[in-house]
Structures are given as structure tokens and as C-alpha cells.
Write a protein that binds this ligand. Structure first.
Ligand code: ZN
Length: 484
């Protein structure tokens, strides 16, 4: 049996691992590398294996850094089954469709940039009587996949309930266990048999945090021969989630005291938006601040919120009790959702006070940009930063205290208050990981740490060795492990 780490070796995006046994090749996740447009585009161009040779894919969850390359796999010839929980299947439909649009927009943006570059070079050469410089990009940028590729991909999904064993190839059975990270998320438990031998394997996917609202807490791992575990926050401790309701209440109170303006909450459409809404509901329900109008202004966030409310079987006890008490759902009465662009624009006519939750979470695209352009220079606005902000994003610049920022091609002075609230993270932190892994030191044959940059992964690896884990691996990309 061979295990190969193809992506997210020393980084947090592009998750993709392969198990080979009995002549079959099974992928665990098929994620996009994310980051700066051109670099990500180049790195996502191809697969380090033949997609036609893959027997099946088992998906941990629907986030694009774990599932975003599935339509490309299908376009390149993969015809096997894509196994996922029911929730992940539904969410993939939403997220992959949205991703196809974003990839097209990115390709258009890069092509426009290339055309300008060529026209300028030609003009300069002509003015100076020179020949055209070498190295100008010749080919146009094509999107990685189109909307129709997503349709073909969705037809290959085979969905399962949590805890049900299913076969993915000869001698390979899997089941999904609750990961508590996002809607439908799972860690994978597998038994692989080959040549009369048997291995118990677990793959964490993205492992969540206990105590997050709406969804159930993650189930602990059991005894395994091989545990592939994420290490995103292997050296970071998040603020307590419970403190977020209090911090949100204070932000709402500041808005009420101003009497007008905006509280803008740029937020990932799936997971983060719903957790923020849940906490706002607690703020109003427990009268920690006066109720103010709240609008979700993101078509994807609206669709995801509707989807989540259709799956009460995924809810935790607290949310089920809210439902049983006639609350009507995990959110709060009076919450508004915009549908059309016109409705979104009409929000500009409302002087406030108004809370707007909108995507994208890193403030790189989506409707939040229009609200930021309008309010970032105003002193009656506050912007909450509730998620990870990658290097080079508008969110990171605001978080780092930039005095001026560029939004949609114009420069703006930053006068709005910027408030970080990092306790919303849906990834286990160092404390959570050590707590769940601690009892397994003598019950884990090989621990393979993935999905973490070295400054997070190395300290976690050391802590695990100190706890007595006999073999802790920190693989590089394409590294293979053989078990016999
Ligand atoms: Zn994730």
C-alpha cells in the first residue's frame, strides 16, 4: 500500500493525497491551490498524475482548497465516483458553480492585463525605434474549467450519511466521521487491505473546534496505523469563541451610539457568515445590545444559509433546542437577505444604523467591495475582520493599518474603525489538536502532518514527538510512504 502527498504538504491550500492498493488509486480531496491569481493559475494548470487512472475520490468537505479542482479532474478524463457526505455534495454544487464564474473572471482580468502590456510595449518600441522586447506573454489565459464541467462533475457524486461504511475500491472501505469544521465536513476513517495485511487509516481533512455554533462538535480520532492530520494552527491559540458574542455586542453598541453609518462584516459565504449571524442572534436575544437591522448581501451566502437550514440533522443540541422552542431556526427574526443587484444598491439609500454581512471574506471580490468603497473613508463605519486574511489581500492591508487603500480602481483614505475578531476560526488550534491527539500517542503507528506552513507544523511535530508519538512525518510535496 502506498500513500502519496500531492498537495498541501508545507502549505494550507491544494489538498490532494493518493492511496494506491490492489491496483486502484484513490484520491483524498482534490483541492485548488489558492493565492495570488497568476501564481495560483500556473500551479493549478496540471495534475501530477493521470486523471484517467484514478479509481475514485473521497471528499472531506466542500471548501475549494479541498474540492475546487474536481471539475478539472473530470474534464481531464476522470470517470470514477466522488464520495462525499450529503451536505458536502450539495455544497459542492454551490461552491464549484461559483468557482467556475470566479475562474472565468480571473482569466478575463489576466488577459486584459496581458493585452495592455503588449499594446504599451508596442507603442514604446515604436516611439524609440526599437524591436518588440522578448518575453511578452504569447498565449491567452484560459479558465481552469467552465460551468458545464461542474455539471458533469456533480453527476459523479455518490453521497453517504455519517458513520456508514462504503467501498471505494478493491480492499478499501471508508466512512465519514463528523469534523465540525463546516457544513457537511468529515474526517475520513478507512480500512485498507492488501496481500493479507490490513491498515486502519484516518485523514483529518480540516478539523474543527468544539463549541462552535449550529454544527456538531468534531468526533475524536481513534486508534490508527496511519493518521494524516492537518496542522494549520499547530503553533497558534485562537481567542475563545465564546468571547465573540460579547465582542460583537460591543460593536453593535458602538453602531447604535453613532446612530447612523455601517457595521460591515466581510465574511466567507459558507460557515463564517452563518456563525456570525448566529452570534448576532444571541446578542439580540440576550439583549446585550439593541436590535438593529441586519442584511446578508451576498447571493452565495444567502444560498448557503438556506441550504444549512434544510439540514437540521447536522445541528448541535443547542441549535436543536432553539428550534424546538419555536425560534424558527438558528438565526433571528427580522434578518434580511438581498437577492438582486438592485436590492443591494438600494441599501445605499438607508442611512443606518445598518449591519451588512457580505462576501468575500478577504475583501478581494464580491459585493462587500461596493460597501467598503462607500464607507471605508467614513468615521461612522466600522469593519470587523472575522477570518484569515492572506498576504496581499485588501483585508490584510486594512488589518495591518494601511492609511489608504485601493478599492475597485480608486484610492481611499481609511477612516473607518477596523476591529479584528479572530475567535471565529473554524479550524482546531494548537490546544484543540493536542487535546484530541494526546490520548493517541501510543495508539498511532505513523502520524503524517499536512496542511500547515512550517512555522505551524514544526512546533506541532515536536510537541507530538514529546508526547511519545513513535513516528511523526512532515512530508514535502509528492513524497510517498510505502507500507507492507
Ligand atoms: Zn476547510
Amino acid at each position: 500500500m502506498e500513500l502519496r502527498i500531492f498537495g498541501a504538504a508545507q502549505e494550507v491550500t491544494g489538498s490532494c493525497h493518493m492511496i494506491r492498493a490492489n491496483g486502484a488509486s484513490v484520491l483524498l480531496d482534490c483541492g485548488l491551490v489558492q493565492g495570488r491569481r497568476l501564481e495560483a493559475y500556473r500551479r493549478n494548470q496540471s495534475f501530477p498524475f493521470d486523471p484517467e487512472s484514478i479509481t475514485a475520490v473521497v471528499q472531506s468537505h466542500a471548501h475549494l482548497d479541498h474540492a475546487g479542482k474536481l471539475p478539472m479532474l473530470v474534464r481531464e478524463g476522470f470517470r470514477g465516483a466522488i464520495h462525499a457526505t450529503h451536505g458536502t455534495g450539495e455544497l459542492c454544487q454551490l461552491l464549484l458553480t461559483d468557482c467556475a464564474h470566479v475562474l472565468m473572471r480571473d482569466a478575463e482580468y489576466l488577459n486584459r492585463k496581458r493585452i495592455k502590456q503588449k499594446v504599451r510595449a508596442r507603442r514604446k518600441a515604436k516611439q524609440n525605434g526599437l524591436t518588440l522586447p522578448q518575453g511578452l506573454p504569447k498565449e491567452e489565459v484560459l479558465p481552469l474549467y467552465l460551468h458545464e464541467d461542474v455539471g458533469e462533475t456533480m453527476a459523479l457524486f455518490s453521497t453517504h450519511g455519517y458513520g456508514e461504511w462504503f467501498e471505494v475500491g478493491p480492499g478499501m472501505v471508508f466512512r465519514f466521521r463528523e469534523a465540525g469544521h463546516t457544513f457537511g465536513s468529515a474526517w475520513l476513517e478507512a480500512v485498507i487491505q492488501e496481500n493479507g495485511k490490513s491498515w486502519r487509516l484516518a485523514y483529518s481533512g480540516d478539523y474543527g473546534r468544539a463549541g462552535l455554533p449550529i454544527l456538531r462538535d468534531p468526533e475524536p480520532f481513534g486508534e490508527t496505523d496511519i493518521l494524516i492530520c492537518e496542522s494549520t494552527y499547530g503553533n497558534t491559540v485562537h481567542p475563545e469563541f465564546q468571547g465573540m458574542v460579547h465582542d460583537l455586542a460591543e460593536a453593535v453598541q458602538r453602531l447604535v451610539q453613532r446612530g447612523h453609518g455601517r457595521l460591515l462584516i466581510p465574511s466567507f459565504a459558507v460557515g463564517r457568515t452563518q456563525n456570525v449571524l448566529y452570534c448576532l442572534g444571541r446578542v439580540f436575544d440576550e439583549a446585550l445590545a439593541p436590535q438593529v437591522p441586519v442584511v446578508v448581501d451576498s447571493p452565495l451566502a444567502t444560498a448557503a444559509t438556506k441550504l444549512i437550514t434544510q439540514y437540521p440533522e447536522y445541528f448541535d443540541q443547542e441549535t436543536l433546542e432553539l428550534l424546538a422552542n419555536g425560534n424558527g431556526g438558528p438565526f433571528f427574526p427580522g434578518l434580511r437577505f438581498t437577492e438582486s443587484v438592485e436590492e443591494s444598491k438600494a441599501l445605499n439609500q438607508e442611512e443606518g444604523p445598518l449591519v451588512i454581512v457580505s462576501a468575500s471574506g478577504m475583501m478581494e471580490n464580491g459585493r462587500i467591495l461596493h460597501h467598503l468603497a462607500r464607507y471605508v473613508s467614513r468615521r461612522d463605519a466600522e469593519i470587523l475582520v472575522v477570518g484569515f486574511q492572506a498576504d496581499g489581500t485588501l483585508g490584510r492591508r486594512l488589518l495591518e493599518g494601511a492609511a489608504t487603500v485601493n478599492i475597485l480602481g480608486d484610492s481611499y483614505k481609511v477612516n473607518a474603525r477596523i476591529t479584528p475578531m479572530m475567535g471565529f476560526s473554524s479550524h482546531a488550534d494548537r490546544r484543540d489538536l493536542l487535546q484530541v491527539l494526546n490520548p493517541l500517542a501510543k495508539k498511532t503507528g505513523t502520524m503524517i502532518l499536512v496542511h500547515g506552513e512550517d512555522e505551524q507544523r514544526k512546533p506541532l511535530a515536536k510537541a507530538l514527538r514529546d508526547l511519545g508519538f513513535p513516528r511523526v512525518e512532515e512530508p514535502v510535496e509528492k513524497q510517498a510512504f510505502r507500507f507492507s
